[in-house]
Design a protein around this ligand. Structure first.
Ligand code: ADP
Ligand code: F6P
Length: 325
């Protein structure tokens, strides 16, 4: 391989810059020329790509966001656009592309691979919802940000004898919610993977109040319910003061945790080295504390299980009541 390009795609995630640094420098250390594409697949369609060298990776390792910028690019779903992107990379002599992003971005990489572009994917999304890897870059930082917020919300909820609904990100998945619920001592953790009864949550809140438990935290994944609407509903159903906080984009920003910066370093190099060694069409995932190369087909075939036992534990040592219908 002579010329490697890379891009970041989908929602930004803390640790993407650490992955960029690692890709750039591991390729450069093997004498491979490196190019950065701006704004994900959008940059491939508009031809927005620059030559980057070793020094360009200086000082970015502990910065949140992505220095290459990112985008969601609906146009890239079209076959014609994918063919244009592949032609652009070929014209520019790019013989390897690393895509840093989530499973949508991986589907995009698979499309380019099918058009003859050698590709690799570095898993990065705060949602931690990808198959083929037990962890994605950005998840650990996001969970720690949520924990910090929950501790602050707990202080004020306790002072006012309130219940507090905290809505967290995760799109269709409840992994952030579960980790934050377990580690943050939430009374209730509501996730899209496990059906729950609002009436049971309301009844539990009333019982808990009778027992002298005057405040509680209800972590609600965005895919499980609308946090504000749920808080209003619970207030009306129980007569208890229930406030709502939608954490939103604060969860995506900030410097990467040590774990995410480490994952960025290890998986970025695994992707670049894999391509340089002639491998193609693979996800550089993380499994059992080490990098793991897995084909897109195998990764997409793997079903990501939700940690139901962890959810049950969070509830048992949180509210101590069941809320399933
Ligand atoms: P993530 O990569 O975090 O899952 P998205 O689902 O938004 O984020 O996907 C990022 C981008 O990947 C999309 O905007 C689109 O350009 C591309 N993409 C997503 N799904 C596909 C697909 N099925 N085929 C081709 N490209 C896709
Ligand atoms: O995929 C990461 C994520 O932050 C999800 O948790 C969230 O639902 C979505 O992106 C928000 O996307 P956008 O930045 O397009 O609003």
């Amino acid at each position: 391989m002579k010329r490697l390009a890379f891009l970041t795609s989908g929602g930004d995630a803390p640790g993407m810059n650490a992955a960029i640094r690692s890709i750039l420098r591991s390729a450069a250390s093997r004498g491979i020329e490196t190019w950065g594409v701006f704004r994900g697949y959008e940059g491939l369609l508009s031809g927005d790509m620059i030559r980057l060298g070793w020094k360009d990776a200086g000082g970015i390792v502990c910065r949140g966001g992505t220095v290459m910028k990112t985008a969601r690019c609906p146009a890239f779903m079209e076959k014609e656009a994918q063919a244009r992107a592949a032609a652009f990379l070929r014209e520019r002599g790019v013989d390897g592309l690393v895509v840093i992003g989530g499973d949508g971005s991986m589907a995009g990489a698979a499309a380019l691979e099918a058009l003859g572009v050698p590709t690799a994917v570095v898993p990065a999304t705060i949602d931690n919802d990808m198959c083929g890897t037990e962890e994605t870059i950005g998840y650990d930082t996001a969970v720690n940000t949520v924990l910090d917020a929950v501790a602050r919300i707990r202080d004020t909820a306790a002072s006012h004898d309130r219940a507090a609904v905290v809505e967290v990100m995760g799109r269709h998945a409840g992994h952030i919610a579960l980790a934050a619920g377990l580690a943050g001592g939430a009374e209730f953790t509501l996730v899209p993977e496990i059906p729950f009864s609002r009436e049971a949550v309301a009844a539990s809140l009333r019982d808990m109040l009778r027992e002298g438990r005057t405040n509680s935290i209800i972590i609600c994944a965005e895919g499980a319910a609308d946090g504000r609407e749920l808080a209003d509903w619970l207030s009306a159903a129980t007569g208890i003061d229930v406030c709502a906080t939608i954490l939103g984009y604060i969860q995506r920003g900030g410097a990467p945790s040590a774990r995410d910066a480490m994952l960025g370093a290890v998986l970025g190099a695994a992707a670049a080295d894999g391509l340089a060694d002639g491998r193609r069409g693979f996800l550089a995932g993380f499994m059992n504390s080490r990098p793991r190369m897995i084909s897109y087909e195998d990764a997409f075939r793997e079903k990501r299980a939700f940690h139901t036992a962890g959810w049950e534990l969070a509830l048992r040592i949180g509210a101590g009541r069941d809320i399933r219908p």
